[in-house]
Ligand binder design. Sequence first.
Ligand code: AMP
Ligand code: MG
Length: 338
Amino acid sequence: MITFSTRTKISFLVLLSFLALAFPWVSSRIASNEIHRESRYLMGTEVSISLAGVSKERARRGFELAFGALEEVDREMSGRPGSPLHLLNTSGSGKVSQGLFQVVSDALRFAALSGGAFDPTVAPLLDLWKIETGPHPPPTPPEREKARQQVGFSRVKTDPASLFVDLGGTRLDLGGIAKGYGVDRASEALKALGIENFIVDAGGDLYLSGAKNGAAWKVGLADPREPAKFLKVLSPRAGAIVTSGDYERFYEWEGVRHHHIIDPSTALPATASRSVTVWAKTAQEADALSTALFVLCPEKGLLLLKTLEGPEALIVDSSGLIFESPGFSNAAPEVSAR
Ligand code: AMP
Ligand code: MG
């Protein structure tokens, strides 16, 4: 079971890479001057790291450490056969690493916070919907009900003293949070090396720090119905900006779009929104909240944000209307593309 997005998200395209596609000569000129950029396929998506204002040697060391951190998270939390998450799911309980324990505990916290809209035990519903396998008839109501009964984050128990997790008969999927955690670990690795100006972009889960040779980083927010176009261009404050959308992984069957974010209360793909973008201090928080708010309706999502300090959101609802939390435009001001 691959739990991370298997398609590159195009929620955000760092403008630099956009320019690189459109005008390759621009990219090569910038690259040879100051921006070092490397991409690898990890966690089911293309991960790109851009570093500014460092020597080639330091950039090489930065890539090594940052991609190393992401590889470790991918290895542990992808759910691939043999991975620690897979072993936990198959044995039903066990002692896990500090990192996996942390992500499971945080996922349970976001599950409680969102009233189960975000639920890391959603695995049986994901297996049922099999969005990855392309167009096929959606599951029947009895099939959905059976799988829904196997979902329930409150059955999972954790013991911090021994890093022990008891799944209580459920199975975990960390696809809605682990990518953000990986981006945070990669960003920490870069900072520990003294690199201050960078973007880590795991297929749309972004963490930004510093600037690009004195100029603020710019990111394009995709239009969920025309993902190759930008709805807005933003210049987010240092921190993370993450989007969940119904245009990342989906298939259409008899005119209905079925996508990869499932509402555990209905066992159906969530229908309230087309995309949710969250700015937060950490990519893990932005990742979990973007998935949670995608399942909740915009009104409930914005109410949830009011109870938290820090995160802000921009929501494109199912009819294309845009809702913003009061501080979003301050956390991620809109700027011109140039
Ligand atoms: P994201 O793109 O971050 O919104 O995460 C989507 C991924 O999260 C899916 O591919 C699933 O692996 C997982 N997922 C789907 N629905 C939920 C949900 N309701 N709660 C938690 N994780 C989910
Ligand atoms: Mg998420």
